[in-house]
Design a protein around this ligand. Structure first.
Ligand code: TXA
Ligand code: MG
Length: 346
């Protein structure tokens, strides 16, 4: 199949209406959101959902998120909007957060990977919102990458992974946050974060007295409640090792590892400005993800950083860890998964 790439300058009501029709008639359209690009299909059409799994090469037990543009659409797809869910909607939606609720009968089990719950999100992006409106149906959309690869934050990366597999790609420029939405399970007594994102634990604690984090995220060896979190994910092509420890010791520590390894291995560095400017060695491939304390900037660069090394001739990527405060928890979660929990403590 030919994949049509709609250039950013050609995005208008007419092209978005056409994209909406494409989805309504069972086609697949990749589109920008404020987090990462999504691979969209009609969320109430079983055939469209199976096409999504196929295009991504995604295991069928890994459920999809339904993207909506108003509360009316929400009441169609969930059995009940609980007070906990309503509080999140009021405080953070539209925005980079996904809530898990019991599903309604209208939602096919293909979409929910066989579960009785459904993941719902109201994206904060004009192109995404208009696309949902014109498609006139909730849009099921996982991140628009081949399964296991880092999520795409630009249309160019979507096209690289998915051209020939889907009908259209809408180019909306670079995504604002750069990491996927926070997922909150609203089916328990207290909200539980199943995947950290830009709506942080600290932000949720401003509206709830108690907020829990799924144990799998903090490194405990339990099965994650979000099925997708159990797969090795976000993986660059080369082996990756995460270097963790105090920020101010990072430059010297990285230089020492580089010195020790350089003769045996071609090294790539995914590091902060502070480390990038300190490293004295030649022939080191460096991706500078920004200043150590600018976590928003690091989040928006992290997936591009992970993909950066794919066409470079290197054996190992050394990734520099961040703090786990705020959106740092989301960054560290993605880095841990990209490295398969392989890390060095300095
Ligand atoms: O920011 C985002 O959320 C992006 C954009 C495109 O909206 N989407 C995204 O989708 O990251 P995806 O499919 O890559 O990740 C969805 C995650 C998976 O880990 C999946 O297992 C989990 O959500 N999930 C979906 N439905 C669930 C459910 N009913 N219960 C628990 N986890 C669920
Ligand atoms: Mg994904």
């Amino acid at each position: 199949m030919e994949t049509e790439l709609i250039n950013i300058n050609s995005i208008n009501d007419e092209t978005l209406k056409r994209a909406g029709k494409c989805i309504k008639s069972g086609g697949l359209v990749a589109f920008p959101t404020e987090t990462v690009y999504g691979l969209g299909g009609d969320g109430l059409n079983e055939l469209a959902a199976s096409k999504i799994y196929q295009a991504k090469g995604r295991p069928s037990d890994n459920p999809l998120i339904l993207h909506i543009n108003d509360q009316k659409m929400l009441s169609r797809i969930v059995a009940d909007v609980t007070p906990m869910a309503q509080k999140i909607l009021t405080a953070f939606c539209p925005g980079p957060i996904t809530i898990i609720l019991p599903k309604s009968d209208e939602v096919p089990k293909t979409v929910t990977g066989g579960l009785n719950t459904v993941a719902v999100r109201m994206p904060d992006n004009d192109i995404a919102r208009k696309l949902i409106k014109y498609a006139d149906t909730p849009i099921a959309a996982p991140s628009a990458n081949i399964s296991g690869r880092p999520s795409p934050t630009s249309a160019k990366e979507v096209y690289k992974d998915l051209h020939g597999r889907i009908e259209m790609v809408l180019d909306g420029g670079n995504c604002h946050f750069g990491v996927e939405s926070t997922i909150v399970d609203c089916t328990e007594d207290v909200p539980v974060i199943l995947r950290p994102g830009a709506i942080t634990k600290e932000m949720l604690e401003e509206i709830f007295p108690v907020v829990e984090i799924d144990k799998s995220i903090v490194g405990e060896n339990v099965v994650p409640k979000a099925p997708g979190m159990k797969y090795k994910h976000y993986a660059p092509k080369a082996e990756m090792i995460l270097v963790e420890g105090e920020q101010n010791k990072m430059p010297q520590a990285m230089q020492k590892i580089v010195n020790d390894w350089q003769n045996d291995k071609k090294i790539g560095l995914l590091v902060s400005d502070e480390v990038a400017n300190y490293i004295k060695s030649d022939n080191i491939c460096i991706f500078n993800y920004g200043k150590q304390n600018d976590l928003a900037q690091i989040a928006s660069e992290i997936y591009e950083g992970l993909r950066y090394f794919d066409d470079k001739d290197i054996d190992v990527i050394l990734g520099e860890g961040t703090t786990s405060k705020g959106i740092g928890l989301a960054i560290m979660n993605r880095l841990h998964k990209a490295s398969g929990f392989n890390s060095i403590n300095i």
